[in-house]
Design a protein around this ligand. Structure first.
Ligand code: ZN
Length: 416
């Protein structure tokens, strides 16, 4: 069984590397001419630069993933796992303390291993391509704050769950799910007020005259509540984006200040219309419900498998602590999860198309969105030529060239 699992892990790992490889090769091939919206916006120099940027990113992920693979192999298959499990049990025999120490130390290790990569990514790679705007001081402050918030959340989420497992042994799956679901809902409500302001400064749109256009668009979209804000992303990075968060009364659209600099008003409104599309098509709500159902199912499955008591034998072990079994289970889930990735990506791309269609209806054509997206791709040095298989498996958005093609041809419904 251990060999079988090792085989499965290697299969998934090699598949990921193979996908990266064909994606890299595909990017460097000759490509058919780009759609009209790209005219005059992207020259050969930009394309060469974006290829170099993607290649540098590929190299870094290759090494980072490699380190992860080596550590996983050593831990799960190299005999470290039972040793670690034993030591933690000796140090903290109590059920809750044991679980917290077991996962806490592993998370700490992951953090330490990831630090040099995070530093290199920000201050060497992103710096080289002109994206990094962060000072080392800000990076330290960010890292410390995330560590603190993450630490508190970890203790509450894991500690609470372990307590429930002990208290209601015969049905903890339902209680743990309810606890986590309630807490994550609560966090969705309070995070814009409590957590996000620790990192970013949000303010009303500063660009002259834009506010009126935005109000008009909101009215037209039938969106009453909700805020449209800009965020000072430029303090950290020159990358640009727009996003949409929240449920209930705290719904809001956030535009990066870098985005506001890079786009014309009409393009900005089209991007905003796309984000409003996610809102009006109920994507956020549906995703939330779906993920909670998956979480409920996973909790039940974990409960059943952990009670069955044969998990340690999968790795040829006599016994493992509860925490050890949970770790093994979540590792298995991440393996199986790889095979689900294409479905999740497909559903997400379908939502994106819907939101694009909504934007077309709202602003009357897809031209503005297309030209806005092309500019963003230029500024962000996005990869314009991903391999179709790579897109099918990983991309949450349609690849830019086909998206722009689609937007240019598509008309509002009822218009010929
Ligand atoms: Zn979208």
């Amino acid at each position: 069984m251990k060999l079988l699992l090792l085989g499965l892990y290697l299969l998934v790992t090699l598949s990921k590397y193979a996908l990266d490889w064909i994606n890299l090769r595909h990017r460097q091939k000759e490509h058919p001419p780009l759609p009209q919206a790209f005219d005059g916006k992207l020259d050969q120099e930009r394309l060469t630069r974006s290829d170099a940027y993607a290649l540098a990113g590929d190299k870094l992920s290759f090494i980072e993933d490699g380190v992860g693979v080596v550590l996983t192999l050593a831990f799960l298959f190299g005999g470290l796992f039972p040793w670690y499990d034993q030591r933690v049990q000796e140090l903290a025999p109590g059920f809750i303390a044991n679980g917290l120490l077991f996962f806490g130390l592993l998370l700490l290790l992951q953090l330490i291993v990831g630090l040099p990569f995070s530093l290199y990514r920000n201050f060497v790679l992103e710096e080289k391509f002109g994206f990094n705007k962060m000072t080392f001081k800000l990076w330290c402050a960010d890292t410390l704050k995330s560590l603190l918030i993450g630490g508190i959340l970890f203790v509450v989420l894991a500690g609470g769950a372990l307590w429930l497992v002990q208290k209601v042994a015969h049905s903890w799956w339902l209680w743990v799910w309810g606890f986590w679901a309630g807490l994550s809902l609560f966090l969705m409500y309070v995070s814009p007020y409590l957590i996000e302001p620790l990192f970013f400064k949000f303010s009303p749109l500063a660009k002259e005259g834009l506010e009126d256009g935005v109000r008009e668009l909101l009215d037209k979209a039938g969106v009453k509540a909700g805020k449209v804000l800009q965020v000072d992303a430029s303090r950290r990075s020159a990358h640009s984006n727009a996003y949409f968060t929240g449920i209930g009364k705290v719904k809001r659209v956030v535009l990066f200040d870098t985005l506001l600099e890079q786009l014309e008003d009409q393009e900005l409104l089209a991007v905003l219309a796309h984000e409003l599309g996610h809102w009006r098509c109920g994507h956020i709500r549906k995703r939330l419900i779906k993920s909670q159902l998956v979480a409920l199912g996973s909790c039940w499955l974990a409960f059943t498998l952990l009670n069955a008591d044969w998990l340690p034998s999968l790795l040829g072990l006599e016994q493992l602590s509860f925490a050890g079994q949970v770790l093994l289970l979540s590792w298995l889930a991440s393996l199986v999860g790889f095979f689900w990735t294409p479905l999740g990506s497909f559903l997400s791309r379908r939502d994106e198309r819907q939101a694009d269609q909504f934007a077309i209806e709202l602003v009357g054509s897809g031209r503005e969105l297309a030209s806005g997206l092309v500019k963003l791709a230029r500024e962000n040095l996005s990869n314009l030529f991903p391999h179709p298989l790579y897109v099918a498996i990983y991309y949450s958005h349609p690849d830019l060239v086909s998206r722009v093609n689609w937007l240019e041809k598509r008309k509002p419904k009822g218009e010929k």
